[in-house]
Design a protein around this ligand. Structure first.
Ligand SMILES: Nc1ncnc2c1ncn2[C@@H]1O[C@H](COP(=O)(O)OP(=O)(O)O)[C@@H](O)[C@H]1O
Ligand SMILES: [Mg+2]
Length: 355
């Protein structure tokens, strides 16, 4: 799994032989700055992007293969013991309204380099059936994190934030709330040349700008009813710049972005997950203590914990979910939730590249 944050690759070795998935190994490999920059440059139209997309796709495949090899070595596992790799790929466009989403990473090359069957391109089939192609993780949350009596909400704070509503006796729902870490990260990189604001310390050194917060919150996406999904296509530095008056102190902007993430998540929960009792955070944003406090302030009637408190490592939950999606593909079992994505029907997700 490599997500919108562009922090790196999360690799997990999972055994689905029993009722609940057994996590046998985990490995994280950060992206180097040059690769991160070249992926970021592909997020918008640029010169000769077809050619560069393919070259970076190949580079990604080599990095994914490296992560797989390291994971297997670390766990004394041989490629022939592995049924399949579920590889999300790196999203460079997400345009479900225009009928497509694009994750790159050359799955054929990954199969060639690892001698393991690869399943990739999980989102396109759902979009072909009229869905958003995202989020796909709620189906997996539904499988492993439901409680029969307690109303839980799972909030994944990656580059984008998304939630899964697990209300007892109700079908599972979910959608992308809006920006998770990606605006805070981009602003922090621009001013401090750091990939993220550790624990929101820089944000906490500034003060929230209420006028800016209101302008950011006026973005129509936040009021759209689900199903909905988003990405860097909408939430990026240009979007932020268009709301700035240009005289703001950078730390005040960071403080406002942190509150934007917390507010849009809290509003989504209040509006769409009525009666929520327990909130479980996952994704990198769950480590941000200032963000956790801001969420706790706004959701004082719910308990807030991380999925690690449910014995599922929140840094690898999405990677585990994509391993499960690969398994569903091999079992020829549909894995999208049409209520979540808006697809007309359940679909088998993913394209197979045999070993
Ligand atoms: N200690 C921390 N403080 C603040 N933010 C953090 C911390 N640890 C991780 N993050 C954030 O989490 C991001 C990575 O989250 P991740 O769940 O991998 O997102 P994605 O799925 O989009 O790759 C980092 O880019 C950073 O913004
Ligand atoms: Mg990541």
């Amino acid at each position: 799994m490599s997500g919108t944050s562009l922090d790196g690759i999360d690799a997990v070795l999972v055994d689905f032989g029993r009722d609940s998935p057994d996590i046998l190994g985990k490995f994280f490999m950060p992206f180097d700055d040059a690769l991160k920059r070249s992926i970021l440059e592909l997020q918008h139209p640029t010169h000769d992007e077809l050619h560069r997309t393919q070259l970076i796709g190949n580079q990604l495949a080599r990095q994914y293969a490296h992560a797989v090899r390291s994971l297997l070595d670390q766990n004394a596992c041989l490629p022939e013991q592995v049924k399949a790799i579920g590889c999300h790929g790196q999203t460079i466009r997400h345009c479900p309204e225009q009928g497509y989403t694009l994750q790159i990473g050359n799955a054929a090359l990954l199969a060639e380099l690892t001698s393991i069957t690869v399943i990739s391109d999980f989102r396109s089939r759902d979009i072909a059936a009229g869905g958003q192609g995202a989020p796909l993780v709620p189906a997996f949350h539904d499988r492993i994190l439901r409680h029969p009596e307690i109303h839980r909400v799972i909030v994944n704070i990656g580059g984008i934030s998304n939630l899964t509503d697990l209300a007892p006796g109700q079908p599972t729902t979910g959608f992308d709330c809006g920006p998770g870490n990606l605006l805070m990260d981009a602003w922090c990189m621009q001013y401090l040349q750091r990939p993220y604001d550790d624990n929101g310390a820089w944000a906490e050194s500034g003060k929230v700008l209420p006028g800016l917060l209101d302008r950011l919150l006026s973005e129509p996406y936040f009021r759209l009813p689900p199903p909905k999904s988003s990405g860097r296509d909408l939430f990026n530095l240009a979007w932020l710049q268009s709301h700035l008056q240009k005289n703001e102190a950078p730390e005040d902007v960071e403080a406002t972005l942190l509150l934007l993430t917390a507010t849009t998540i809290a509003q989504a929960i209040r509006k769409h997950c009525e009666g929520a009792q327990e909130i479980y955070l996952c994704g990198g944003g769950a480590h941000n203590s200032a963000l956790r406090s801001a969420l706790a302030n706004q959701l004082s009637d719910c308990s807030i914990a991380t999925t690690s408190d449910l014995n599922i490592d929140g840094d690898f939950l999405e990677a585990i979910a994509f391993a499960w999606l690969a398994r569903q593909n091999l079992a020829k079992t549909p894995a999208n939730l049409p209520r979540v994505t808006g697809a007309r029907h359940p679909c088998i997700l993913g394209a197979v590249y045999p070993a």
